[in-house]
Write a protein that binds this ligand. Structure first.
Ligand SMILES: Cc1cc2nc3c(=O)[nH]c(=O)nc-3n(C[C@H](O)[C@H](O)[C@H](O)COP(=O)(O)O)c2cc1C
Length: 187
C-alpha cells in the first residue's frame, strides 16, 4: 500500500460551543470516507453534543478524560499516535487560548501538545469574543506555531445576531482536510 492509499488517521477535537453539533457531520463524513477517526470532546462540548453520537459515528470510544484505564500510556499519547491530521472544530476561545499558551489541563489541550500532525483550527464564537484583542493575539500565536486557521465566517450566530464568528461549514473543513491528507506525508 502506498502512502497515498493507506487509511488516514484523523483526530477530531470538539470544543464546547454551539457549533459542536456540526462536528457530528464532520465525523460522519470522515468515517464514510474510510478514515480512522478518533474523537476527543472537552467537558463543555458534552453539554452540546452527546458523546454517544460521536462514538457511534466514528465507531470508537470518544476521548473524554486523559486518565482512562484503556490507555495505559495515557490517552493523549495513544490517541495522538500516527495521526495524519488534527482538526479542532469548533475551536472555542478557551481552547485557542490554552493552545497558544501551552496549557495542558485536560485531554484536548494535552493532546494538542502531544500531536505532531498538521493542525486545522476552526474557531467558532460570538462576534465580541472573536474581536477581543486577546483572541487575536492567541490566534496569531497559533499561526506562528504552525496551525492553520480556517474561518470563521460572518453570518447568523446562535446569540441571535449577525456577525463574525460563525464556524465555517463542515463542507469547507472537509475540503481542506482532503487537501491536507492528499499532500505528501509530512511526518
Ligand atoms: C450556550 C453557550 C454557548 C457557548 N458558545 C460558545 C462558542 O460558540 N464559542 C466559545 O468559544 N465559547 C462558547 N461558550 C463558552 C464555552 O462553553 C466556555 O468558554 C467553556 O469553558 C469552553 O470550554 P472548552 O474550551 O474546554 O470546550 C458557550 C457557552 C454557553 C453556555
Amino acid at each position: 500500500m502506498t502512502d497515498s492509499t493507506r487509511p488516514k488517521r484523523v483526530l477530531l477535537v470538539v470544543g464546547g460551543g454551539i457549533a459542536a453539533y456540526k462536528a457530528a457531520v464532520i465525523c460522519s463524513r470522515l468515517a464514510q470516507a474510510g478514515h480512522h477517526v478518533q474523537t476527543v470532546m472537552t467537558r463543555s462540548a458534552t453539554e452540546f453534543l452527546g458523546p454517544a453520537t460521536l462514538a457511534a459515528l466514528s465507531g470508537r470510544p470518544v476521548g473524554l478524560d486523559g486518565f482512562d484505564s484503556r490507555y495505559p500510556l495515557g490517552a493523549h499519547i495513544e490517541m495522538a499516535l500516527d495521526v495524519d491530521v488534527m482538526i479542532v472544530a469548533p475551536a472555542t476561545a478557551n481552547l485557542i487560548a490554552k493552545f497558544a499558551h501551552g496549557i495542558a489541563d485536560d485531554l484536548a489541550s494535552t493532546i494538542y501538545l502531544q500531536n505532531t500532525a498538521p493542525v486545522l483550527v476552526a474557531p467558532a464564537m460570538s462576534d465580541p469574543m472573536w474581536n477581543k484583542p486577546s483572541l487575536a493575539r492567541n490566534v496569531a500565536q497559533l499561526v506562528d506555531d504552525g496551525c492553520e486557521i480556517i474561518g470563521p465566517d460572518s453570518g447568523w450566530l446562535s446569540c441571535r445576531v449577525k456577525g463574525m464568528g460563525r464556524m465555517v461549514d463542515p463542507e469547507t473543513i472537509l475540503g481542506r482536510v482532503a487537501e491536507i491528507l492528499g499532500a505528501p506525508d509530512r511526518r
